[in-house]
Write a protein of this length. Sequence first.
Length: 375
Amino acid sequence: MKKTFILGLLALVVTSSFAQNAQEVLATAQKANAYFMAKYADPTTPTFVKKIRPSNLWTRAVYYEGLMDLYSIDSNQKYIDYTDTWANFHKWGPRNGVKTTDADDQCCGQTYIDRYVQTGKKNKFMIENMIKNMDLQIASGRLNYWTWIDAIQMAMPLYAKMYKVTGDRKYMDYAMKAYRWSRNECGDGLFNTKTGLWYRDADYVPPYKEADGNDCYWSRGDGWVYAALVRVMKELDPKDPYYKELKKDFVAMSTGILKCQREDGFWNVSLVSPTTFGGKELTGTALFLYGMSWGIQKGFLKAKLYRPAADKAWNALEKDCVHTDGFLGWVQGTGKDPSAGQPLSYTKVPDFEDYGTGCFLLGATEYYKLLISSK
């Protein structure tokens, strides 16, 4: 009787601890988001980094991906009002119009579809422009648009979401063909199946080497693909053959990514070449946390191996990146490889703040869900 009571008490303490930790994670995510929404109070205002860009560009679109994830655990109407003001201003269309084939222009459509679903699929205008855009791209017959791995995150989940809401298989078929082209053919294949890591684009496929002789694998670039695999699989039936194909790549990536984690919980900007561009960095770390947290929950990744990695990643992000006012440090600026935006620091403001917040919210939200599921 005494033993049973003690075990029950321990279980209660563990459950309470998980709940407390989860609430702390949520509070930190809310703080980072509140900082961003206060600083960029009008979501329709164009960005100005060397030139004017409309606020539905990819950097802002990634922020809204994170905001939609945050809304899934914190149903604050302010998030929806902020999102709809932005989407309405841009007429629920891609940057640069419906004829664009640039994945960066299309990324905003992911949030449009999310809002379409959240409103009960009653407001078709929310997705009509994206349908026109995607149908035009499919009709082109070209598959070789995604020449850089960031594009897989910007556009592939959009096609998966459109397939989910319309039931039209052509969207998912096209996405998989385009993905396979990037994976296997672009630059002789951007995915290194031996390491489980991706080259950012054809410019970095061997014989390209970093200064220390190692291959170049960019943390955020690999993070984009890792997150994309999760976001696409979330839209598919686990029995779908595409799901099984993507799961295989996800597990292979997880193995490769785990090997690269630093002792302090971060991942270096240059994953296997720290002497070239090492150092802690938020966006890649947050995206890896996002993927690992989801993979553990699905049972695809062994908790014994990956849970400590996820815990270390969150502790690093929360302890070393989040300022008391919610500003996020150690965010690498825009670019295409580990050298971009260097040097990084705790206080440096990157050229764009929005995608860093989006990545952080994705990682924090999925880690919160992992903690809740571990009760």
